[in-house]
Ligand binder design. Structure first.
Ligand code: PAF
Length: 288
């Protein structure tokens, strides 16, 4: 695996291949787990060259403690990428992404409610930071295909708007959430859970399934209440639990057989904020 730390080197290297080789790009913030590796493997399957980036982007953290405590396991990440067969690791420092002499703008993208509900409401500025960094990374890595995880469902919908606006030739591929055996969605933040919270953490996925098992319904509220009771019974602090249309993310009060929905939640397990979601019906979502 080639490791490139300079934006210019990465761009020039890929520019020389572009056209002859298809390029798949997997942006990450490191602390890699099986979920990330499934994105890498999909890219390797589809594309001639797979590029992974590791950059903990400061502009998307609305909470300084979260940034400070974000896990970093770079040596292990490099070994995992090498063992998986990733071709290129782009490993920039903050200066390479946000150089003093370059104004790295937040791209102007029409987000509608996608930007203001759920994560958008609870993490002010978060999606601006994500748009800013992904836009810059796409300019450096010039991929044909971009790989993102379903776990960050709202993020991948927002990035799909970015692609539709500025990068019509890049295909977004959304990969289903990788889960631990007990159902917990894989996340870099899981590394911060203590033993007790780790044991309780499958409740998050169970609560989403509890809602799905009651669908379709003419009244979603009692199902949401059951899920809330289940989570708060285990001392999770629930930021939101929503049943929403999987295209618009608008919240639904009733669900019919024809609807394609996403059930999303964000909870605090002590200090650690975790998110998860499931689609209903299963596999309803088609990536663009
Ligand atoms: O999902 C993530 O890890 C990040 O939001 C991303 C897409 C790498 C941008 O920093």
């Amino acid at each position: 695996m080639i490791i490139l730390k300079r934006s210019k080197d990465c761009y020039e290297f890929l520019r020389a291949l572009k056209g002859n080789k298809s390029i798949g790009f997997v942006p990450t913030m490191g602390a890699l787990h099986e979920g990330h590796l499934s994105l890498i493997k999909s890219s390797m399957y589809d594309c001639n060259i797979t590029v992974c980036s590791i950059f903990v982007n400061p502009t998307q953290f609305n909470n300084p403690d979260d940034l400070e405590n974000y896990p970093s396991t770079i040596e292990q990440d490099v070994s995992l990428l090498e063992a998986t067969g990733c071709d290129i690791l782009f490993l920039p420092d903050a200066y390479e992404i946000y150089p003093d002499n370059l104004e790295v703008k937040v791209p102007d993208v029409q987000l509608d409610e996608l930007g203001t509900v759920m994560e958008g409401a609870k993490r002010p500025g978060h999606f601006d930071g994500v748009l800013q960094v992904v836009n810059r990374l796409l300019q450096i890595t010039i991929p044909d295909r971009l790989y993102m995880g379903q776990k960050d469902f709202q993020q991948q919908l927002i990035i799909s708007r970015l692609l539709k606006t500025y990068y019509k030739d890049i295909v977004l591929v959304t990969i289903p959430t990788a889960r631990e055996k007990d159902g917990l969605a894989m996340s870099s933040r899981n590394k911060r859970l203590d033993k007790e919270w780790r044991q309780k953490a499958p409740t998050i996925f169970e609560s989403l399934n509890l809602i799905a098992s009651g669908l379709p319904t003419v009244n979603i509220d009692p199902l949401i209440q059951k899920a809330l009771d289940k989570l708060s019974g285990q001392n999770f602090v629930v930021e939101y639990i929503e049943v929403a249309d999987s295209d618009t993310l608008l919240s639904l009060k009733k669900v019919s057989e024809k609807d394609k929905i996403i059930i999303c939640t964000a909870v605090y397990a002590g200090e650690i904020r975790l998110i998860d979601n499931i689609l209903w019906p299963e596999n309803a979502f088609q990536s663009t």
